[in-house]
Design a protein around this ligand. Structure first.
Ligand code: SDX
Length: 431
């Protein structure tokens, strides 16, 4: 945090308070209100944290107005085109792009942690077959703290490192097992001769009855989807992980909390909700009806995959995803995909409508991802688990950054109390 000499003056009730300001390397200055309550006896009020910087970080920067997303300074479109997911994981975790030797060592460490403790299989069997895979992931990831005791002490840097590798390595295995369980197929073990994305595709789609060849183009598309979802500053699920971690809870419990938060349709659950919406619309001639519903204040319907708390321009990830959707469908020989057709015409109709342009509502990362995932053979219920496994490196990187900060304190927001003031108990016979 670079300190400026600038201060902000807060004046009320005839009193003035000087608040220090800090300048970032990019983005808006911040007003430091940490001593405000102690000095002025007032809270700030910001439900939803639309104007609040909850921490300082060096990992990811978003410029919502320009539609820019940088991971350790590198633009997401360059990383999506030139890098690959495990290299982006290294970048997010350690701050720099790895040398060839560092990358090989990192990939080997991740590869050797992809299996889960065999006894954890029993957890899957406790769920109904029709359980949502996200319910399974929340439960199984939280249970990891019962199996990996040697990487739960958050005060030990080495245990933090081991927990980070385990979570990144095992999340695809857990997600694939959650999928296999719901379709009644046997679990497929990871293989050390497969890259990260190919391993995940194999664990999801291979069956013991025959050999399975991973299509390298689909593996590349899968890897790109992982990269596009890897981290995203202080979004709701990352903030959940940070708040849970601030109490000193073990990393597996904190990541499970992040998975739970991501599940919501306003957040990571939007990719599933978006595809279901596109299917419900069904054909371009029904688009005007849904556009009007999205604009109607009395209708709770919103365009899933549209809008963003930070981006008031195109989500740069959506641009890459849209290109990838065209490539994957073309590769698979899927012409005239009705869902993609509806998506493209819905996007065009919304972006031609002042309601959306004036409110700066553009497609976000979830608008096109479901079309690719559906074309790859995933059911909609697996869309958010794939988002969760991709985002694990972001949660873990932000967790490590916070835990390593000696100034870290337990998160404890206050409130604007609107309830009853003190009153005496009334015996039941007098009520
Ligand atoms: C993700 O934070 C992150 O970084 C998240 C994420 C990540 O990588 O971690 O990017 C992933 O969660 C992407 C967002 C996925 N969610 C959706 O696609 C669900 C649909 N989108 C909306 O629910 C909404 O846009 C949010 C939740 C994403 C953002 O909501 P905000 O910033 O709180 O905006 P808002 O609800 O205050 O809306 C502002 C206005 C409102 O109208 P007014 O009350 O001002 O008249 O825009 C309207 C809203 O009604 N609006 C929409 C809309 N989104 C906002 N109207 C119709 N359709 C929409 N999608």
């Amino acid at each position: 945090m670079s300190d400026t000499n600038k201060t902000a003056t807060l004046t009320f009730d005839g009193k003035s308070f000087e608040l220090p300001m800090h300048s970032p390397t990019a983005g808006p200055d911040v007003i430091d209100i940490r001593k405000l309550y102690g000095e002025a006896g007032v809270f700030t009020y910001d439900p939803g944290f639309t104007s609040t910087a909850a921490c300082d970080s060096t990992i990811t920067y978003i410029d919502g107005g320009k539609g820019e997303l940088l991971h350790r300074g590198y633009p997401i479109d360059q990383l999506a085109e030139k890098s690959h997911y495990l290299e982006v994981c290294y970048l997010l975790l350690y701050g720099e792009l790895p040398s060839a030797e560092q990358l090989e060592d990192f990939e080997t460490r991740v590869t050797r942690h992809t299996m889960i403790h065999e006894q954890m299989i029993n957890f899957f069997r406790g769920f109904r077959r029709d359980a949502h895979p996200m319910a399974v992931m929340v439960g199984v990831v939280g249970a990891m703290s019962a199996f990996y005791h040697d990487s739960t002490d958050v005060n030990d840097p080495w245990q933090r490192e081991v927990a980070s590798i385990r979570l990144i390595a095992k999340m695809p295995t857990i997600a694939a097992m959650a999928y296999k369980y719901t379709i009644g197929q046997p679990f497929v073990y990871p293989r050390n001769d497969c890259d990260y994305a190919s391993n995940f595709l194999r664990m999801c789609f291979a069956v013991p009855a025959e050999d399975y060849e991973v299509n390298p183009i689909l593996a590349r598309a899968m890897d790109r989807i992982f990269t596009l979802h890897a981290d995203h500053e202080q979004n709701a699920s990352t903030s959940t992980v940070r708040l849970a971690s601030s109490s000193g809870a073990n990393p597996f419990a904190c990541i499970a909390a992040g998975i739970a938060c991501l599940w919501g349709p306003a957040h990571g659950g939007a990719n599933q909700a978006c595809l279901e919406m596109l299917r419900e619309i069904g054909s371009p001639n029904r688009i005007p009806e849904y556009i009007e519903r999205a604009k109607d204040k009395n209708d709770p319907f919103r365009l899933m995959g549209f809008g963003h708390r930070v981006y008031k321009n195109f989500d740069p990830r959506a641009k890459v995803m849209k290109q990838s959707a065209d490539e994957v469908l073309d590769l698979l020989g899927i012409e005239n995909n009705p869902t993609l057709q509806v998506a493209k015409e819905l996007e065009a109709a919304a972006l031609a409508d002042p309601y959306f342009t004036e409110k700066k509502l553009f497609p976000n990362v979830d608008f096109y991802s479901g079309i690719i995932l559906e074309a790859m053979g995933f059911p909609t219920s697996m869309f958010t688990p794939i988002f969760a496994l991709s985002r694990t490196v972001g949660w873990v990187s932000q967790w490590k950054e916070m835990i390593a900060d000696p100034a870290m304190k337990i998160g404890r927001p206050r409130q604007l109390y609107q309830g009853e003031t003190m009153r005496d108990y009334v015996d039941i016979e007098n009520r």
